[in-house]
Design a protein around this ligand. Structure first.
Ligand code: ATP
Length: 120
């Protein structure tokens, strides 16, 4: 597989609200990118910290519960994946999250030994 073909593989990583995961999965499937990995994470962006009180003591929660969605694509444009995640995850409120697009150097299917875009 040539290097130029391999550079067409992209990973789209998104940090989204946990309660938007269902919508994001559905819009990704409709965009033709149903394969994904999901991880529960905590993180911080520009979403403000939350203040709480416990036994009279005030505390600050500056890490928010988010879901990380990873989607590697070769046969559909990464921008389509970005658009699908944005459509599924957007509420318009602070804390909706972020999407990043990364180049993927190579891909390998463990069962068959296939490499390159066909392995995605
Ligand atoms: N630069 C970054 N690097 C790594 N993770 C980030 C980054 N920015 C945001 N995140 C992740 O995305 C989550 C959601 O970010 P958040 O929505 O607060 O960002 P924002 O888009 O700056 O805020 P807002 O939606 O209020 O404009 C964070 O909790 C964090 O997990």
């Amino acid at each position: 597989m040539s290097d130029s073909a391999d550079t067409d593989i992209k990973m789209v990583v998104a940090y989204i609200r946990p309660d938007k995961l269902g919508d994001v999965k559905q819009s990704l499937a409709e965009a033709g990118a149903p394969s994904l990995t999901v991880t529960n994470v905590s993180g911080r962006g520009s979403q403000p910290a939350k203040k709480g009180q416990w036994r009279g003591e005030e505390y600050t929660v500056d890490l928010h519960q988010k879901v990380k969605v990873e989607c590697v694509v070769a046969d559909i444009p990464a921008q389509d994946v970005v658009d699908a995640i944005q459509a599924g995850a957007n509420t318009g409120e602070p804390g909706d999250g972020k999407i990043f697009v990364l180049p993927v150097e190579s891909a390998h299917q463990i069962r068959t030994g296939t490499t390159g875009p066909d392995a995605v």
